[in-house]
Write a protein that binds this ligand. Structure first.
Ligand code: ZN
Length: 107
């Protein structure tokens, strides 16, 4: 009659550790922000550098294309251009709700 000795006393401790880690991972404290890079013909996300829609998007939720794919989810906090032909005035016209990086902010 030795079977009751196999009860593993350490399992409880492991479960407690797992719960603590899960709580930490689920914390929404970290949010990725990105610059909306507006180019001549298409725009990209400053975080993952994949294409993004310009208007009507506050987060990079979709990569447009023949087969749209989910974006990285970063929140657009300002705009910038990767083309010398796109002026700050053009950026403001496209997204009047966002500041132009290096123009309307100190950063
Ligand atoms: Zn992105």
């Amino acid at each position: 009659m030795t079977t009751h000795i196999q009860r593993p006393a350490t399992v409880t401790a492991r479960i407690d550790d797992t719960d603590t880690d899960a709580t930490t991972v689920q914390s929404p404290a970290v949010e990725v922000s990105a610059t909306l890079l507006i180019g001549d013909f298409e725009s990209e996300c400053g975080n993952c550098h994949m294409p993004t829609l310009i208007r009507g998007v506050h987060r990079h939720t979709e990569i447009p294309g023949l087969k749209p794919k989910p974006g990285c989810g970063a929140r657009f906090v300002n705009t910038a251009s990767n083309s010398w032909r796109v002026t700050p005035d053009h950026l403001r016209a496209e997204r009047p709700d966002l500041p132009v990086r290096g123009q309307d902010t100190d950063s």
